[in-house]
Design a protein around this ligand. Sequence first.
Ligand SMILES: NC(=O)c1ccc[n+]([C@@H]2O[C@H](COP(=O)([O-])OP(=O)(O)OC[C@H]3O[C@@H](n4cnc5c(N)ncnc54)[C@H](OP(=O)(O)O)[C@@H]3O)[C@@H](O)[C@H]2O)c1
Length: 334
Amino acid sequence: MVKAKTWILKKHFDGFPKESNFELKEEVLPELQDGDVLVEAVYLSLDPYMKSLSKMWIKEGDVQYGTQLAKVVKSKDPAFPEGCYVVANCGWRTHSVITAKGPARPIMTRIVSEWPSDISMSLALGSLGMPGLTGLYGLEEVCKIQSGETILVSAAAGAVGAMVGQICKIKGCKVVGSAGGDDKVAYLKELGFDQAFNYKTVPSLEEALKNASPEGYDCYFESVGGPFFTAALKNMKPGGRIAVCGAIATYNDTTPQMCPYPHHEIITRQLKIEGFMVSSWQHKDEESVKRMLKWMKEGKLKAKEVVTVGFENMPAVFIRMLKGDGLGKAIVKV
Ligand SMILES: NC(=O)c1ccc[n+]([C@@H]2O[C@H](COP(=O)([O-])OP(=O)(O)OC[C@H]3O[C@@H](n4cnc5c(N)ncnc54)[C@H](OP(=O)(O)O)[C@@H]3O)[C@@H](O)[C@H]2O)c1
């Protein structure tokens, strides 16, 4: 008999999440049937979408959704033999039986066989997983960046933003990043960003953006929304492209923020603005991860993680991640 620990969403979020929104429970897992797999979580990822999509995706009492790097510990499915590692969207659980049948089967992908032994598998949840792929697809598929262009990145020290900046440099672009701390700004410079500033301490966002690139921006990789978006619009070059990846500055609002209507800037600068979801290019994930692994082995990509040990810390780490505390991808090691 295998017992799993799970975190359930006890009460939907009202504004900024609190630890009391969650409850730790224990569950006895069923015996495996043909085609089933038992996985044990090794690392769990904490991401902003756990807040932004919550009311759409789950109801109170459900296990909190999320992705984990897990080891297959028992298997009745030859495609997932015992001992292999998978990325699976099982939610906040220490153990899961992934059933062969049924529409609710979680997505489970084996990590690429070429995974080098000197690169932590936790990166399959960060730079070499969903957040890294988000950065890659936003640049290649949405912005279609070209060498020599100037790219602006907000939330640049986050899991997605740090990858965006580094990929821009690999592709021969100039890149400007904003982050909410002087330590984060120093980190962006270490990663090779041409310019970086602390959006919390500059006297004027619009001026800071102008000073960092007086000639304007060809592309903006947008992750925050709110007043930063308004200031960015005013600094776009004519015909500029904006990939709308996220709006983290608005996720915890209880009443919507009011910003100036953006139409004038969009029309007069003839901007192209496109929202996207990383899942649209899932068919390219395997090839893309191999490409990013190669860049990492060549020293062109660096990754930082904040790894907290203990499954019981999931809600606390989630809240710290949303506040922007800590420098690096938020991970819990069971
Ligand atoms: N479209 C997609 O498919 C997709 C996929 C993955 C992620 N996303 C989005 O991409 C964005 C970044 O995600 P991530 O995984 O990189 O998250 P992350 O590693 O947790 O970084 C998020 C960063 O956002 C910043 N932030 C928090 N509150 C903010 C605020 N009020 N104003 C400005 N910045 C704030 C914080 O850094 P500072 O200290 O710098 O403020 C925080 O470190 C999010 O909006 C997320 O929803 C979208």
